[in-house]
Write a protein that binds this ligand. Structure first.
Ligand code: GLY
Ligand code: MN
Ligand code: MN
Length: 481
């Protein structure tokens, strides 16, 4: 479709667009104001804003949502606001507006917080009066209706102002920290980047480490939908084996569920059949799915609240593991079980990885497998890195790899606490060209990944709706085919 707006009306320079007939869009529009309910997450976001305010007294804090990114020419990628912005506003799904900016302005007693946002396109002429029909990026007739300012205030429980007022609002000289790199206009309006900005990034990331009840509920919903996507995929395995690019069929099947039940994907779906499973983030998904091979599916639905699941199952395409596939699967299963057993408040974050790697090490030793140089160069958990490739999990939340800017002391070198949500996902990957392993193992990759919330006395699995053990996986697949 091509824009029909008039370049002089809209400020848009579109050589292919016929001029808009004079007055075509003038007047005659009913009042369609809404009275939205306060979003359920809004009260939790308000508490998080209080934490920001307490940490940075007397300073202005600026957190942009980020904007649209061009996909090609005049089409953009689907908008997804920055996770720090979501965390502090609880804004959701298709209602989130590109180029929004949350500003904490210091007052005598704390901060007044205002969300600057692009309002609904006006229908009454005047400033931006042609936007609703003429602006292909922001106009209501092009991309859909945004909330008005008062509707946004009602939905989010925030003071709201028009983005056009932002420059004036940031005019007062006051110590300012900005989440930089998300909004070039904002970056230019405030003093140059400094260490203070880096501290803000760290603080906002660490503020997300412990999830509140609402977040745990959202993660549970995201994982439930992810589990449904895995069910869908097993039902489509037969079709996938008949297609040249069966991996794409798997990807599309999961992605349909993600769009149906949530905002979309938390990350691009990894549908890796056969030796592709030895590539950790295989996202080309352009290979066949063959009977007799394994399919490693690593996928996550992102809920409308932008919280995401992250689950992996490695499935025998035929419905039954071969002996050698089962041997590898059982070892990864045992390693994951040991990792899961190490999850409890007060445990070191590294404990579950070490527990899983101990089991892998013992298993590979029993098979007589030692990576070259391993004994000399590695020790403990990372001795078998040639076959395990990466760590055994990560924090999960708004980002799949959540809280990535937290300090070592609070994350990798820290201690598990109730409310942490994380994955446990050990794997074994025997590259198809690895001459250090017996031929029968080459090209086998297995990962099993589940999502856990740390509780007061242990951990709860959010993804227990999927079978984990080899027998259970086979029985489950048989029931769906
Ligand atoms: N899905 C990416 C990961 O598990 O880290
Ligand atoms: Mn993961
Ligand atoms: Mn994953």
């Amino acid at each position: 479709m091509q824009e029909q707006g008039n370049a002089s009306d809209t400020g848009d320079d579109e050589p292919h667009a016929p001029a808009t007939p004079a007055g075509a869009f003038q007047g005659g529009w009913a009042n369609t104001d809404l009275k939205p309910q306060l979003l359920l997450g809004a009260a939790f976001a308000a508490k998080r804003r209080s934490a920001v305010s307490e940490r940075f007294p007397g300073e202005r804090i600026v957190v942009p949502s980020g904007g649209l990114k061009v996909r090609s020419n005049d089409f953009d990628y689907t908008f997804r606001p920055h996770s720090a912005f979501v965390h502090l506003t609880a804004d959701q799904g298709t209602q989130a507006v590109p180029d929004s900016v949350l500003v904490f302005e210091p007052t005598g007693y704390g901060h007044s917080v205002t969300l600057f946002v692009r309002p609904r396109s006006p229908r009454d002429g005047g400033r931006n009066g042609a936007e609703f029909y003429g602006d292909r990026r922001h106009g209501e007739f092009w991309i859909g209706r945004r909330r008005s300012l008062s509707e946004t205030a009602d939905a989010l429980g925030l003071e709201v102002a028009a983005r056009d007022d932002l420059e004036r609002a940031l005019g007062r000289r006051v110590p300012t920290r900005v989440l930089r790199g998300e909004d070039a206009h904002v970056d230019a309006l405030v003093p140059p980047a400094s260490q203070a900005d880096a501290e803000l990034v760290t603080f906002l990331s660490e503020l997300r480490l412990v999830k509140d009840d609402w977040e745990v509920g959202q993660l549970g919903a995201a994982v439930d939908c992810t589990v449904a996507g895995f069910h869908d995929v097993v039902g489509e395995l037969g079709n996938a084996t008949r297609l040249v690019r069966g991996e794409r069929w798997i990807e599309g099947t999961f992605n349909r569920r993600a769009r149906l039940g949530g905002h979309g994907l938390g990350f691009e779906t990894i549908a890796a059949a056969g030796a592709h499973a030895c590539v950790l983030h295989w996202m080309h998904n352009d290979g066949p799915v063959r009977d007799g091979d394994l399919l490693l599916l690593d996928a996550g639905v992102e809920a409308d609240s932008f919280y995401t699941g992250d689950v992996t199952r490695t499935l025998p395409v035929s419905g039954r593991f071969t002996d050698v596939q089962r041997r590898v699967y059982d070892l990864v299963f045992a390693a994951q079980s040991a990792g899961i057993a190490a999850l409890r408040p007060g445990a070191r974050y590294g404990d579950f990885h070490e527990a899983a790697m101990r089991v892998i090490g013992e298993g590979l030793d029993a098979w007589g497998l030692r990576p070259p140089g391993g004994a000399a160069s590695g020790s403990g958990a990372d001795l078998y890195r040639r076959y395990t490739l990466c760590g055994s999990g990560h924090m999960l939340g708004l980002d799949c790899h959540d809280c990535a800017d937290a300090r070592d002391a609070t994350y990798l070198g820290g201690v598990l606490e109730a409310g942490h949500v994380l994955t446990v996902e050990p794997g074994l990957y025997f590259q198809p060209d690895d001459l250090t392993v017996p031929e029968e193992l080459r090209g086998i990759g297995v990962r099993i990944e589940d999502d856990f919330v740390i509780t007061a006395d242990g951990a709860t699995c959010l993804s227990s709706g999927l079978p984990r053990g080899a027998d259970e996986v086979e029985a489950w697949m048989a029931s769906l085919r």
